[in-house]
Structures are given as C-alpha cells and as structure tokens.
Design a protein around this ligand. Structure first.
Ligand code: ASP
Length: 349
C-alpha cells in the first residue's frame, strides 16, 4: 500500500478564530482531521507528524527548514511521498529552500495550505489537502510521477522554486509565470509530464547548512547614495540586487563604483528583476553593461524566493567566490532557465 507522510507546520489551514481576540491562530492537527473525515477513505496509508510548535508561516525560519529536511531524510525510505501543510505567506520560500537542500530527490514533496481555515464552510483547504495527497502518492510505471518539491494550490501544481504568492485575497494565491504548471486538477488530474523533473539515477543527499549572510537592495528612482552605501557595505557576504526590467540599473558613477568596490572586497552581487515575468539579460542595455563587466551575477528568471534560498544554500557550502558565482548562474534544481519562455506560462492545457 502506498504510504504518505503529512508534516503539519501550521498556517491558515488549521487555524481558528480566537473568540476573545478575534485573530486567527493555529491549532493542532486533530482539528484538521475532524474536518476532513474523507482522509480515512483514501486508498493509501497516511501518517501525520505535527510540529510541536504550530506556526503562522510568517514565523518560518532556516532552522525550521533544516528540521523539515531532516524529517524528510529520516522518513525517506519509509514513505512514497510527503505532504507538507504550511502557511501560504512564506510557502514559496520554504519550498524553494527544500528544493536546494534535498539533492537527488526522487519522491514527491508537496506543499499545500489554504486561504480559509479548514473549519469554514467555503474553505479551500479540503480540496488542496486531498489533491496534494493524491499527487504525493501518484506513480507512473512504478515510479513517483512528480519527484519534485512542489506547491499545490487552487487546482494547480507548481514547481516550488518557480512559484510565489501573489494574491492574499483569492484562492488562486500562487503563480509561476516563468515555468509551466506541472499538473492541473479538474474532473481529471492532468499531469504535464514533459515539464516534470525526473531524477531516476540520482543519489539522495540532504544539505543542512544554510548561511543567511544576505542583504537585499531593491532599487527605485531617487534612491540615495547613503541608502545604497549602507546596504552594500553592511556586513554580509551576498547582495541581492532587485533591478529594473531585464536587469537594468542607473548608471551614475557613485552607484556603479559602490557596487564594484563591494565585488572587489569579496561580495557576490546577484541581479534579479523586479519584474515577475521575463529574465535578466546582463549587457542587453547600456544600463546593465557595466554590471556585467564588473562581475555582477545574473539571476536570470529566478524568483526572489529562489534567489534568497539558493544563496543561503550555496553560502552554506563554503565555495570560493568564483564557484559561488558560477553555481548561482547554473540551473541546479529547475529554478532558472537560460532560454526563457517566449510567452508567460499560465497553463499548458
Ligand atoms: N498567515 C498565514 C500563514 O502564512 C496565511 C496562510 O496560511 O495562508 O501562515
């Protein structure tokens, strides 16, 4: 019998409205179970591991990512797939982090949650949970059909390190415009097998060292020299530069000099775009030519979430600056494409 491990971390899915304060607060898994009697009717064996401290995912941390990766590692041979119940606010960060930490993964690790608590009549939680379980147990020719870290939400399955939360008001909370959805649930559950990563001969290995020595410089017209210099010269090893359009920045000398001296001082600067669709193309415009020449690294079409967690993962590996820069520009877990999609991916069906 197929076996799935549910790991419950918290999030709206299991929350209730506290009568005294009126705020939503997380509750234990028994509460979820009571509201989904269907779980007993599913044709696979489900085990639940609930975190001791159930959290709103705004309190997520790299230490918990390590805990999650360790849980998957310890249970890897015992289960066919994993479903992680998680708040949607930082779900894309956790899914991205795990995609890097779980090297050579060949079993599904499916994140899901909901926008309305499971006890509410109009909840989206039941469908999300039940279909996530189905995906986590799905097989094709005796092998896992989706051996990836994914997010399942509102009838769509996304690669975890390509998705981001874009809507806090709709059930359709996630998007992945730079990569096609991996499956769509309707009357049938239709898999986009051609876009799913397979790792048949891979050796599963878990990386648990994450280094958060990162700062973020999000550009805007009029940003001051003091602000740029305070961020660039802060005591971190890496800077994520959130740029305009295809990776462009202002070309004022003080700005470029500030970045160049940081690189010469041993920092890595990773350029990702403020645009959600498309890719960084260093050197395409005059406004990115100098960045390329001074050694700014291209994040191509990576999400912010993937950029943050990839840096934490690679900094944790202790690579030389050259190797770090090269690996940042390399597609490690399907998180970036060097030949971007011509048309934004909404659906492939
Ligand atoms: N604040 C909640 C969380 O991320 C939102 C959600 O679960 O959707 O934990």
């Amino acid at each position: 019998m197929t076996k799935v491990l549910i790991i419950y971390t918290g999030g709206t899915i299991g929350m209730v409205n506290d009568k005294a304060t009126g705020v939503l607060r997380p509750l234990d898994f028994a509460h979820i179970h009571e509201n989904v009697p269907e779980l007993k009717r599913l044709p696979y064996q489900i085990t639940v591991h609930s975190f001791n401290e159930i959290i709103d995912s705004s309190n997520m941390s790299p230490a918990i990512w390590v805990e999650l990766a360790t849980l998957v590692e310890e249970n890897y041979d015992l289960y066919d797939g994993f479903v992680i119940l998680h708040g949607s606010d930082t779900m894309a960060f956790t899914a991205s982090a795990l995609s890097f930490m779980l090297e050579g993964l060949n079993k599904p690790v499916i994140f899901t949650g909901s926008q309305l608590p499971i006890g509410e009549i109009r909840t989206d939680a039941k469908e999300n949970l039940i279909t996530a379980l189905e995906i986590a147990s799905a097989k094709l020719n005796g092998k896992a059909r989706v051996p990836e870290v994914c997010i399942y939400f509102d009838f769509q399955l996304f690669r975890g390190n390509r998705a981001f939360k874009y809507n806090s008001a709709k059930f359709e909370a996630f998007r992945s415009p730079n990569y096609p959805v991996l499956a769509e649930a309707g009357v049938h559950l239709r898999y986009n097998d051609a876009s799913i990563r397979k790792c048949d001969d891979c050796i599963f290995k878990v990386h648990k060292r994450l280094v958060n020595s990162i700062t973020v410089l999000k550009l805007y017209p009029g940003i001051s020299k003091e602000t740029v210099s305070a961020i660039v010269n802060s005591k971190t090893e890496a800077i994520i530069l959130e740029t305009f359009g295809a990776g462009n920045t202002m070309t004022e000398k003080w700005f470029l000099d500030c970045l160049e001296s940081a690189i010469k001082g041993g920092k890595v600067i990773l350029d990702i775009s403020q645009c959600k669709v498309g890719t960084v193309e260093l050197g395409r415009y005059e406004t990115s030519r100098d960045l390329k020449n001074m050694g700014v690294v291209s994040g191509f079409d990576m999400t912010y979430e993937a950029a943050v967690t990839k840096l934490m993962f690679l900094l944790g590996r202790g690579y030389t600056l050259d190797r770090l820069a090269r690996l940042l520009e390399t597609n490690l877990r399907g998180e970036l494409s060097k030949t971007p999609l011509a048309v934004p991916a909404k659906s492939v069906f």
